[in-house]
Design a protein around this ligand. Structure first.
Ligand SMILES: [Zn+2]
Length: 326
């Protein structure tokens, strides 16, 4: 483990940390057998991975994300005419609806930067459905190449803060499931504020602890150690946005199917979940896990929706505005 200073809550660096989740494993990708722990900020109750690999050591833990087999399969499905990027479409429609709710006006022709663009699914639909001028940035050269080739997107490679985009060069900045991966979220938000024009909008979505986190603890499906360094609460993000000079205008707690079924399988010790679910393996074990997961959907969906309605969903979506005079 690196010799970095002990992790702190990014919004409350002086707050005491208390043990929250122990003995968690990487069951999503199973690239490591190590056990991980999260501490809880005594102020905002955000979860913080501790101890954690430093930036110089985290790379190998991402081996399970976007494997060559996964990308090849996705590309084959796309060529077969299958709609393989439905989640990007759902995100784009949700984002456009959110803009409408906050009175942003027409998105047509607006300049959007998607930070952590991944395979480009959201960026593609933001461009096609919102008729915006879209640019992406992602650390991974491999996913950037995919997004350029499959969706015809403009994607810059490397970290946001190394791009040196001119001040105010975008009207909208989005970051889907990005902030939980970065070491210094406040610095990231400050850079997003700098590159968005005065009056422009920054939108972030990230997982957030919910009832399922309480019930499943280390087997909560979205915990995803060690690549998820933080799990923010609404108050954490509101504080960070304010510290970055952004005015929060809308906070939502969306929910997605699969969390309860997946967390139950994690509790039962499922390994390499992503590959089992989407890899098309035909062993008895793989088929049984797939059948269990998809078989639970008729319960998972109404239950997840009900819980989200009462307690809030496991995702946190925040829209914030750069002040028009700032
Ligand atoms: Zn805190």
């Amino acid at each position: 483990m690196s010799s970095l200073p002990a992790p702190r809550c990014p919004a409350h660096p002086d707050a005491k940390l208390v043990p929250a989740v122990a003995n968690a494993k990487d069951q999503f990708f199973t690239v490591t057998e190590e056990r991980w722990s999260y501490q809880r900020c005594s102020d905002c109750r955000a979860l913080i991975l501790d101890p954690r690999p430093g930036p110089e050591a985290i790379g190998p833990y991402y081996r399970g994300y976007y494997t060559d087999q996964f990308l090849t399969r996705l590309e084959r499905q796309t060529q077969g005419g299958k709609r393989a990027f439905g989640s990007g479409r759902v995100r784009a429609l949700g984002f456009l609806r959110g803009l409408d709710r906050i009175g942003f006006g027409s998105p047509v022709g607006k300049r959007l930067l998607d930070v952590g663009a991944g395979l480009g699914a959201f960026a593609r639909y933001a461009r096609d459905l919102g008729r915006m001028v879209v640019r992406g940035v992602d650390f991974s050269a491999k996913t950037a190449e995919f997004a350029r080739r499959i969706h015809g997107l403009d994607i810059d490679v490397n970290e946001l803060r190394t791009q040196n985009y001119p001040e105010g060069s975008f009207d909208l900045v989005t970051a889907w499931h990005y902030l939980e991966h970065v070491y210094d979220p406040l610095a990231e938000l400050k850079e997003m504020r700098r590159v968005v024009a005065p009056g422009g909008i920054v939108m972030v979505e990230t997982p957030t602890p919910s009832l399922a986190t309480k019930i499943f603890g280390p087997s909560w499906m979205y915990l995803m150690p060690p690549t998820h360094l933080y799990h923010y609460r609404p108050q954490t993000l509101v504080t960070l946005f304010e510290q970055a000079g952004l005015e929060v205008v809308r906070v939502r707690r969306p929910w997605f199917p699969g969390e309860w079924a997946g967390s139950l399988l994690f509790t039962l010790g499922v390994r390499n979940f992503t590959e089992v679910l989407f890899g098309g393996g035909t062993s008895l074990r793989e088929r049984a896990i797939r059948a269990a997961f998809f078989g639970m959907m008729p319960l998972d969906v109404p239950w997840g929706a009900l819980v989200a309605l009462i307690f809030g969903g496991s995702n946190l979506r925040v829209y914030a505005r750069r002040p028009a005079d700032g």
